[in-house]
Design a protein around this ligand. Structure first.
Ligand SMILES: Cc1ncc(COP(=O)(O)O)c(C=O)c1O
Length: 508
């Protein structure tokens, strides 16, 4: 074992540099034992030898060995100090993997530990979406982070903390802070045509959290529910996580289209929709279908979940009001998020529930809601009440429209036949939001293989067919292209790579 290398890698980590030497050594050895780098029964060097090798005092080593012995990680024997056998021998895989990696990197998933995962967890489709993707073209759902007014946001946060009273350090209101709920209600009335009072607003940790709440509060394990197909896999994960039975409902050019027979045969407890900009196809649910959905849900006793995640950005035509505002007391739970309008790491979203459901939901959440992050909520309320939010939206709308125009022009030129070659794909759903769908004309195209090839070449283009939910329909084949972060002048080059993958068919 190269203790010098082990120790230098550990101390190079910024989080460990300020610790005293003896703590660094203790934590370093403990980490190595936990990771299996130092396996059960391994003999540690004599304290004098290790001290010399590492250039630390012998007392430092003795301190670390003593601490490890007190915690049960090592034990003394006649010849020195060994790693305790109770910690179990590391498997061959762990040994090999650890030896070849930096001692501080994330351990490989252990196949034996998969047995601990629930059937629910295993049933959720794996969706490759690491944080490394975040700043890459064409990752969907990430706004133009470079254009966020970070200095202003920092000032608002500072102001919120400065004016905070000590009483506000307590568990907060389970519905969220009143000034933010009022700001959201005002915004939704004006910008989204919603019908609501601020008492119907619940602040959450983002839409994913709202979906978890809805799935647990308004349905029971085993209940049927509907979700659009192709659809949003984050919602699917939340519903499966709550042990509901999601049924994929076909999306056509006007959005979700359940038949009368569907309503009779598969009566759903919940119906999840993205009517203003369907994810991932980008289609807009027609007014006729919205009204029909509300009437049918009312008749069937179902609740509609309207995920209005990116509708603040409408590029063509007049803004469409949300479904929640189409009929007084519509059976709609409206979900909104600041992940697209501001930034995803903020983790603030909201739900608007029908007036009659406020009291029971509030009661439920008073036990289970996080009930914190008051300063962020006050800063956000300030951002909205001061008009900065509307200003930011106007700026982003201009930027996204310009980027959308550039992307559509390139897609049409390079894949839509405008360059004289045969058209192989069509653009869907670019009229709003921050992404569009590129649908390939070949119904057998292997968009998954193309997506992998593109990823290897530095481009993220999630395959549309991977968003198919259920077996009842022909998958859409093509890509979801998020353009919010891609400067217009880079579109030609990015689309050229995409076009190469498509024209190659199934790349090697
Ligand atoms: C349809 C849809 N809803 C919600 C979200 C995300 O919401 P949040 O970040 O608030 O969980 C996304 C993110 O891409 C999305 O595509």
């Amino acid at each position: 074992m190269d203790y010098q290398l082990l120790f230098s890698q550990f101390t190079a980590n910024a989080a460990h540099t300020r610790w005293p030497r003896q703590r660094q050594l203790h934590e370093c050895l403990r980490h190595a034992i936990r990771q299996g780098t130092l396996g059960s029964g391994a003999r540690l060097p004599a304290s004098r030898t290790l001290a010399q090798e590492l250039g630390v005092s012998r007392n430092t080593v003795l301190y670390a060995y003593n601490q490890l012995a007190t915690e049960g990680f090592v034990r003394p024997d006649q010849r020195g100090t060994v790693v305790a056998p109770a910690l179990g021998a590391p498997t061959q895989t762990t040994r090999r993997a650890t030896a070849s990696r930096n001692a501080l990197s994330t351990p490989e998933p252990n196949p034996h530990l998969r047995a601990h995962l629930s059937r629910r967890a295993l049933s959720v489709p794996i969706y490759e979406q690491g944080s490394v993707d975040a700043a890459t073209a064409f990752t969907p759902g990430v706004p133009a982070l470079q254009d966020f007014p970070l200095t202003l946001w920092r000032r608002l946060l500072e102001r919120a903390w400065r004016t905070m009273r000590k009483a506000q350090l307590n568990y907060a209101d389970p519905q969220g802070e009143a000034p933010l709920r009022e700001a959201i209600a005002n915004h939704l009335r004006v910008a989204r045509g919603a019908l609501l009072d601020s008492s119907q607003v619940f602040i959450t940790d983002g839409t994913q959290h709202s979906l978890d709440i809805v799935a647990h509060a308004f349905a029971d394990a085993g209940d049927k529910m509907w979700i659009e197909s192709p659809g949003y896999l984050g919602a699917l994960a939340a519903f499966k996580g709550a042990q509901l039975k999601p049924l994929g409902m076909v999306v056509d050019a006007q959005g979700i289209a359940p038949s009368a027979a569907d309503w009779q045969r598969h009566r759903p407890r919940l119906v999840y929709v993205t009517p203003s900009h369907q994810f991932p196809t980008g289609t807009v649910l027609s007014l006729e279908r919205r009204l029909a959905l509300i009437a049918q849900a009312r008749a069937a006793g179902s609740l509609l979940i309207e995920d209005d995640y990116d509708s603040e950005f409408r590029h063509d035509g007049p803004p469409l009001s949300c479904m929640q505002g189409l009929a007084p007391d519509a059976p709609v739970i409206y979900l909104g998020t600041f992940s697209k309008t501001l930034f995803p790491a903020l983790r603030i979203g909201f739900m608007v529930v029908p007036a009659g459901l406020v009291a029971p939901l509030r009661q439920l959440l008073s036990r289970s809601a996080p009930r914190g992050r008051v300063a962020e909520q006050w800063a956000l309320a300030d951002f909205m009440h001061s008009g900065q939010f509307s200003l930011h939206l106007r700026r982003m709308r201009r930027l996204y429209r310009q980027r959308r125009d550039a992307l559509v022009a390139e897609l049409e030129r390079q894949l839509g036949g405008a360059d004289g070659q045969a058209a192989v794909a069509d653009v869907y759903g670019g009229s709003a939001g921050m992404h569009l769908a590129l649908r390939l004309r070949d119904p057998q195209a292997n968009d998954v293989a193309m997506s992998h090839w593109l990823r290897q070449h530095g481009l993220v283009a999630h395959a549309l067919s991977e968003h198919t939910i259920g077996q009842r329909m022909q998958p859409w084949r093509g890509f979801v292209l998020g353009y919010a972060q891609v400067p217009a002048e880079q579109m030609a080059e990015k689309v050229a790579l995409l076009a190469k993958a498509v024209r190659l068919g199934t790349p090697p």
